[in-house]
Design a protein around this ligand. Sequence first.
Ligand code: DAH
Length: 342
Amino acid sequence: MKERIEALKAEFDRVLSDAKKLDEAEKIRVAYLGKKGSVTELLKMLQNVSNEEKKELGQHINLLKKHAEARIAERLEEIKKAETEALVSSAKKYDVTLPVSEISGSYSPITLVQREVEEIFASMGFTIEDFSEIVNDYECFESLNIPKNHPARDTHDTYYLDNGQVLKTHTSAAQNHIMRKYGPPLRAIFPGRCFRNESIDASHENTFFQLEGMMIDKNISISNLIYFMKSMLSEVFERDVKVRLRPGFFPFVEPGFELDISCLICGGEGCPSCKNSGWLELCPCGMIHPRVLEMGGIDPEEYTGFAFGLGLTRLAMMKYGIKDIRDFNSGSLKTLSQFKHI
Ligand code: DAH
């Protein structure tokens, strides 16, 4: 019987090492250790041997049982590990060093428009500035001639933080910092993400992008403002656009304007898109208020300048004919993947 035990052990080891799948190992466990398994059968056979032999053989069979249980547990782990490794090595590899053209993906339409506008302004001598999304009350309001309790604050549905800081409600919040950083003369644009506590619908979002610009020098006038805006917009829309200014109120510019462009759909004839007016409202702007220049450390007697706040999100909607502003932050690949990289 001793030989039988040894033979069974050798057979078990061989069969188990051939098992390549979890269910095969499980079947082997049942075949050897289950109620009717070979090892269990051996134990039953002990009834037929003498008491002396019973003790010794019993020990041997129990050792075999322990050995079989331990080996099966080990084998199950080995198989699991091998299966995971096979899965990993067969998976499609994502190579971060691949050139952009080889990975399928696309830029957000806002990024595309932003880069285009940046390139145009850079070619006209403007620097491109970055500014934080969390700003303080002075940057967002006070330095822009919007003191506490001024009704103009009501138009910005602001997210205030517990420490008194705010999520930037407009890119104008960087004006003071940039004036102090460079001093006059300066030409700068500063794109950025802005936040307002808006109720969201097809044309309102609580998170949107603006691109602000400032030019400060001696003798800057509204003609300079019109020239730069017209040149930039004609390039963005790849056609000669007409612009017009209407009066608009913003505490940080004097005079302030709403800049309209001739309707891109009907060319100014009048159509449903422009409510038959022939014009589309695009960008508020104006001559920088002397107090704002002063707070930026610039002498308003010597220097003047213009500023504008282009709605980048709105521009992207117009350029690509996107009807619902919610598409931008939806993460919808169907919408976003249409915009291939430049
Ligand atoms: N910051 C204003 C807003 O978001 C837009 C604006 C108006 C910016 C006039 C300007 C400007 O630079 O001159 O409502």
